[in-house]
Design a protein around this ligand. Sequence first.
Ligand SMILES: NC(=O)c1ccc[n+]([C@@H]2O[C@H](COP(=O)([O-])OP(=O)(O)OC[C@H]3O[C@@H](n4cnc5c(N)ncnc54)[C@H](OP(=O)(O)O)[C@@H]3O)[C@@H](O)[C@H]2O)c1
Length: 193
Amino acid sequence: MPLHRNYGYHPSLETEDLMKTIYFTAASLDGYIADPNDSLEWLFKNGPTDISFIDTFVNTVGALAMGTSTYKWMQQHAEEWPYKVPCFVFTHQNLKPFPGADIRFVQGDVASHHKEMQKLANGKNIWVVGGGDLAGQFYDQGLLNEMHIQTVAVFLNEGKKLFARHTDTAFKIKNIRQHGDTCVEVIYSIATT
Ligand SMILES: NC(=O)c1ccc[n+]([C@@H]2O[C@H](COP(=O)([O-])OP(=O)(O)OC[C@H]3O[C@@H](n4cnc5c(N)ncnc54)[C@H](OP(=O)(O)O)[C@@H]3O)[C@@H](O)[C@H]2O)c1
């Protein structure tokens, strides 16, 4: 392991460890990723103003996975689809694609789709965008390698959970970095011992 990892975040981290499946998301202090109405207003109001770290992460990504609610949020808020890599939307609903975007509507066992995602990601990372139940499905199958959680210093008290079903997960802190004065990002890897 390179020495700098023991001493904090290093900008080259994102490009060193490709081909991982990573749950990368922002959460409140009490562990919610959206309010009960799927709003992210709390994040835009209280989150960091410099969000260039998201672009840096997106550059390491070769495929995305998201659930129905997260995709619907994109439909409601994005004027155009922002990603150039394939996106697997896990859904039972008949959702409209964004014109020209590589979006694949799938359902069922995440493991079988994960194989296809790995092929398409072509050596880059897979980003599990959310939500917490879908991330848990990847975790259950032993497919989740890391979580990158940007915790914003605000309480929501209710909403959509960061990790929806689990009570005894095992992660270890790999790195920590600060974004402005309201957000800390912790990179967790799955504990193997
Ligand atoms: N804070 C952040 O940075 C951040 C990041 C991402 C998302 N968000 C927000 O957080 C909220 C997440 O919502 P959510 O927790 O409800 O999660 P979600 O994963 O977006 O949606 C969950 C739904 O996805 C479908 N689904 C999940 N797994 C499936 C599978 N294996 N096969 C088929 N369908 C499957 C099911 O819906 P159906 O059966 O109805 O199809 C399920 O109810 C959204 O509002 C989103 O915008 C926030």
